[in-house]
Design a protein around this ligand. Structure first.
Ligand SMILES: NC(=O)c1ccc[n+]([C@@H]2O[C@H](COP(=O)([O-])OP(=O)(O)OC[C@H]3O[C@@H](n4cnc5c(N)ncnc54)[C@H](OP(=O)(O)O)[C@@H]3O)[C@@H](O)[C@H]2O)c1
Length: 387
């Protein structure tokens, strides 16, 4: 019999809607039978929003069952006090994640929190310590790591098709100009809501680098070494980061240093044909946009090292793997939800595919990028103090 995880949804914005829609899709449409999901409660800053959210999500999902049983709360605290909730999903702006996750963990709840987990590494460390001290499950919601794309990428790399990995270029740029014009206070560009390209989009090119260059992914309390970073940043007129380019040194198990380059911006658009390039000794892999849910990956393999540099020599092998955008009717968040359910069912406190030490490492790298860009958020966002 499937283990059913009982979710409490904290906030009612865009991503909470998409995530909840996925929870309402029968897992059998994605060939999953060991876990299932139920939304038992929704908490919003207003009860009216919680009601509207449930009406619209159930309506869009075309589902009748379960709606009447959802408990609606007009505050996050009431949601966190609900004894029927096993796990809280946090979908507030990242300016609020530290306080929301702290409150949820303090209330004894398991937590899945949207990216970026928090604003800086100190906050990430404080929450990780809190989750461990309370023996609770805790994870940053980086859905890409649970998509069929990520498993296929691992498989292609392990097969040695492109030989030894020598470099990775990863990019996620989305032009937010039209959004900013419509709403200059939008969370994407507003410093008070921790706007900016790096925290909003950066976790995805980081994920592409981490999937290839961090080696085996494993939950452990042993911290990962922080790589050397050299970066450059431009700012928006609202004062957040518009564009970031960073070169990051990843030490490999065989002692080599491999460069990953991370590019993220909110003033231009990544080409649809390619968001990341993985360069090996025998070939390369191209990943098609969008970086958060790649549409395809293609590898090209040449017979010998050196053939690659000769434009007259053709690859001996190449293959494209395509990934359906809406498999089984989901947006793609259901796979990470399935992982959370399995971890909680099995008593695991973190996921090997998105371990907390990798979240901490990402925040440490992002801190360094912001330091080099001379960019800090308002003090009330960077602090460990809670109001
Ligand atoms: N995984 C992904 O692909 C993905 C995609 C988009 C966004 N995200 C992440 O999800 C988070 C939310 O993004 P979003 O686009 O869903 O934002 P959004 O549409 O603005 O929703 C945020 C929600 O947070 C709550 N909230 C609490 N305090 C708030 C405040 N001071 N200002 C605004 N909202 C406040 C509101 O819900 P109530 O009114 O119900 O309290 C609001 O609806 C961000 O951290 C973002 O990085 C992830």
């Amino acid at each position: 019999m499937a283990f059913t995880l009982r979710w409490g949804i904290l906030s009612t914005g865009w991503i909470a809607t998409k995530f909840s829609l996925d929870l309402l899709v029968n897992p059998s449409t994605r060939q999953v039978s060991d876990v299932a999901h139920r939304i038992v409660a929704v908490g919003s800053r207003s009860k009216d929003s919680a009601q509207k959210f449930v009406d619209s999500v159930w309506n869009e999902a075309g589902v009748k069952e379960g709606k009447k049983q959802v408990k609606l709360y007009g505050s996050y605290d009431e949601l966190l006090a609900d004894k029927d909730v096993d796990c809280i999903y946090i979908g507030t702006p990242h300016s609020h994640h530290y306080a929301n996750a702290h409150a949820a963990l303090s209330a004894g709840k398991n937590v899945l929190c949207e990216k970026s987990l928090v604003v800086n590494a100190a906050q990430a460390k404080a929450l990780i310590d809190l989750a461990r001290s309370k023996d609770l499950f805790f994870m940053e919601a980086v859905w890409t790591r649970y998509q069929p794309f990520a498993y296929k990428l691992e498989e292609v790399l392990k097969s040695g098709k492109i030989g030894e990995v020598r470099g990775v270029q990863a990019e996620l740029c989305v032009d937010f100009g039209p959004t900013a014009k419509k709403n200059p206070d939008h969370r994407l560009i507003n410093p008070v809501l921790a706007g900016g390209a790096l925290l909003d989009l950066g976790p995805y090119p980081w994920t592409q680098l981490a999937l290839v260059l961090l080696g085996e992914h494993k939950a452990s309390t042993e911290p990962l070494p922080v790589p050397k970073v050299v970066s450059s940043m431009t700012k928006t007129t609202s004062g957040v980061d518009a564009s970031v380019v960073a070169a990051i040194e990843f030490a490999q198990a065989d002692g080599r240093i491999v460069h990953g380059t991370l590019t993220t911006a909110q003033d231009r658009q990544t080409a649809h044909s390619r968001c990341s390039l993985i360069q090996g000794s025998l070939g390369y892999i191209e990943v098609a946009f969008p970086t958060y849910r790649p549409r395809s990956l293609t590898y090209y393999r040449w017979a010998n090292e050196g053939d690659l540099g000769d434009p007259t020599v053709k690859p001996v092998e190449s293959e494209t793997f395509e990934f359906e955008p809406r498999p089984g009717g989901i947006w793609g968040f259901a796979w990470e939800a399935d992982e959370v359910a399995r971890c909680i069912r099995d008593g695991r406190k973190e996921s090997d595919r998105m371990p907390l030490r990798e979240t901490l490492l990402m925040m440490q790298v992002f801190d360094e990028i912001r330091k080099q860009g001379n960019f800090t958020y308002p003090p009330e966002l960077e602090t460990l103090e809670l109001k």
